[in-house]
Design a protein around this ligand. Structure first.
Ligand code: ADP
Length: 285
């Protein structure tokens, strides 16, 4: 369980800089175990800051003015070191290249486990498990630099999963991926959530993908929570989303309306093929 209580944070300004605005303001919300939450909003809204607040990088790595509290599994993030939190929270950063420390896939996955002093026989077991879970066993001896963006993303997720966190935080995991790889990554996240009961929190600008996969959507704007609710309730909030610069694609709008009317029960489409399938199913043609 993650609990934000009246939480605000402002990054420390440089010596010659004007004091910055609060990156997050008055955040009070809870994220329960097993949720699949999407965080969206325009650039600068505070999405990455929210993830750093959960993983403890705020206030331990980024200093600034910190008000209120953030608790993760009952621990106050101010009081515990991020390394201790990392046993519960696995974070995949936006820039995965900077996250990678090894040149070979297998070494990358082993590195975190060795750092965490996981017992030897347990390391071997977990390595096999995560390679298998992400379908990347054939890549284990490959150079990371030779992988595609989607493959690298899978390796980053596998390295985090090997540490067996309850909560997985991902910051725009599909930012540089094509639609096919995007869907592939989200299918993996769905499986981790449903089959392995992980709490998944994902920062994503592609609202269409979020609506198709997450159950709860949080929209940030200028550091504030502007919407927090089930992703299928967004049809009533299209105007709010537009005013925040977030475009809800017509096909998502249509999918939710058809679902609400009881005419469609399948997946909300995230691409044209899916939209065509949905329309065919509704029309039975
Ligand atoms: P988003 O992820 O939604 O694009 P961020 O959380 O990165 O937003 O940024 C929120 C605000 O905090 C922005 O005004 C940004 O300039 C500021 N900010 C982010 N990181 C830092 C940092 N390391 N130092 C100072 N200000 C920062």
């Amino acid at each position: 369980m993650i609990r934000f209580q009246d939480f605000s944070f402002r990054y420390q300004a440089g010596k010659t800089e004007e004091p910055a605005d609060f990156a997050l303001k008055d955040i009070s919300m809870e994220i329960r175990e097993g949720e699949f939450v999407g965080i969206t909003g325009t650039s600068g809204a505070g999405k990455s800051t929210l993830t750093y607040s959960i993983s403890g990088l705020i206030p331990h790595h980024f200093s600034g003015d910190f008000y209120g509290s953030v608790e993760v599994n009952g621990m106050d993030t101010v009081e515990v070191h991020p390394e201790q939190l990392a046993r519960f929270v696995g974070q995949v950063f936006q820039d995965i290249d900077s996250q990678m420390v090894s040149s070979v896939v297998e070494d990358e996955i082993l590195f975190g486990m060795e750092n965490f002093q996981v017992p030897r026989d347990e390391i071997a077991k977990r390595l096999e498990e995560v390679l298998d879970m992400l379908g990347i066993a054939s890549l284990r001896r490959r150079q990371i630099s030779s992988l595609s963006g989607g493959q690298k993303q899978k390796v980053a997720i596998a390295s985090i999963l090997a540490l067996q966190p309850d909560i997985i935080l991902l910051d725009e995991p599909t930012g540089e991926l094509d639609p096919e790889s995007t869907v592939m990554i989200y299918e993996i996240l769905r499986r981790l959530n449903r089959e392995f009961h992980k709490t998944v929190i994902v920062v994503e600008q592609k609202i269409m993908v979020l609506c198709a996969y997450v159950s709860r959507l949080v929209v940030l704007d200028k550091g504030k929570v502007m919407f927090d609710g089930p992703s299928d309730s967004i049809t009533g909030e299209i105007e709010l989303f537009k005013s925040l610069g977030i475009n809800v694609p017509r096909v998502v709008e249509l999918g939710h309306l058809l679902k609400r009317a009881g005419l469609y029960s399948g997946k909300i489409p995230t691409e044209l093929d899916g939209a065509e399938k949905m329309v065919r199913e509704v029309c039975r043609c």
